[in-house]
Design a protein around this ligand. Structure first.
Ligand code: CO
Length: 337
């Protein structure tokens, strides 16, 4: 079974959130032509998008073209609402989570089970976040996607660790996705927020979890995955390890050196270069790298699975990366088709 575990959706339409909650800067969508739309933030155009984001049939067609059996979809981070009032973000999370399940359900008959969804939660309020992840998992979500920080709170924040403990207790897998990138003032041009900021954000999250002692406080059976191959983490692990051994203040609260924690999380394969993928498998192990394309965005892998297929990994390793690892991680069984 081939599984693409990192793809995005937005619903085709949703209510006017400014009218519902007041205030401005809410995410919206304006359809501009057949199969085309503009995502908006308040009155500002944010990003042009196309119908693969919400049309199940179109997604299935692309999956068949690339030989993908199952696709795991999660929200686009601009829908998170972490800076909003908690009750408003909770209400949005519920609405977008239910919309995700409707897209999954539209793949019916012989296609049933080929689209699966991760929920979102109001991570600024841990009680509400725990409540929504439990509700969503009961209603059909196979995991949760969270943004990698809430304001100044990194992934070792006590509240976020509490949320992760809750997910472990309920056996809900967690995908951590970068958003709201650091250095935004200096990365406005050339999409550097995506090419530089995002990998740095993800590395920061993993390092904060290690040095902040989060992994020492979390159960071993937590299922945790970082997007985009874990960002800059694998390539810079040696630097981190060296600092840990040679400077007291670089050790933080971690009980062990950073490399000790590499078996506590997984990463996706969205690194776009066979040399990077080989390093990633070397650092993380072949059981902890999963095909993830970031479809259907243009910064994703356009022919899903091509990097892994062309990396000459050997049949057993390739099969783990292409779906075996994700099937175990998310508890996905083969769909009927
Ligand atoms: Co993504």
């Amino acid at each position: 079974m081939i599984i693409d575990m990192h793809t995005h959706f937005v619903p085709k339409a949703w209510p006017d959130l400014a009218a519902r909650f007041g205030g401005d800067g809410w995410p919206g969508i304006r359809h501009t032509g057949p199969g085309k739309a503009m995502l908006t933030v308040g009155a500002r155009d944010f990003r042009p998008v196309h119908s693969a984001l919400w049309d199940a049939a179109e997604r299935i067609e692309a999956m068949d073209r690339d030989g993908i059996d199952v696709q795991v979809m999660c929200a686009t981070p601009f829908l998170f609402g972490y800076h909003r009032q908690p009750d408003q973000a909770a209400s949005c999370a519920e609405m977008f989570n239910d919309a995700a399940l409707e897209i999954c359900a539209a793949a019916s008959g012989p296609q049933a089970g080929r689209l699966r969804a991760l929920c979102q939660v109001p991570l600024q309020d841990i009680d509400l976040a725990c409540r929504e992840v439990t509700r969503a998992a009961k209603s059909g979500h196979i995991g949760v996607q969270i943004g990698n920080h809430v304001g100044l709170r990194n992934m070792d924040d006590e509240g976020i660790v509490t949320f992760l403990q809750h997910c472990a207790g309920e056996n809900v897998p967690v995908l951590v996705h970068p958003w709201d990138m650091m250095g935004a003032d200096r990365t406005k041009q050339y999409m550097m927020g995506w090419t530089v900021g995002m990998p740095a954000e993800t590395q920061l999250s993993i390092v904060a979890m290690i040095l902040g002692g989060a992994f020492d406080r979390l159960p071993l059976d937590l299922k945790l995955c970082f997007a985009h191959g874990g960002g800059s983490f694998a390539f810079l692990l040696g630097r981190l390890e060296n600092a840990w051994h040679n400077r007291d203040i670089a050790r933080g609260k971690s009980a062990h050196p950073p490399s000790h924690y590499c078996d506590r999380f997984s990463v996706d394969s969205a690194v776009f270069d066979p040399r990077a993928l080989r390093l990633l498998i070397d650092v993380m192990g072949e059981d902890r790298v999963m095909l993830g394309s970031d479809s259907p965005f243009p910064l994703g892998e356009l022919q899903v699975g091509r990097l892994i297929r062309e990396c000459a990994l050997g049949e057993a390793t390739q099969s783990k990366l292409m779906g075996g690892n994700a099937a175990r991680f998310f508890g996905i069984e083969s769909p009927a088709h």
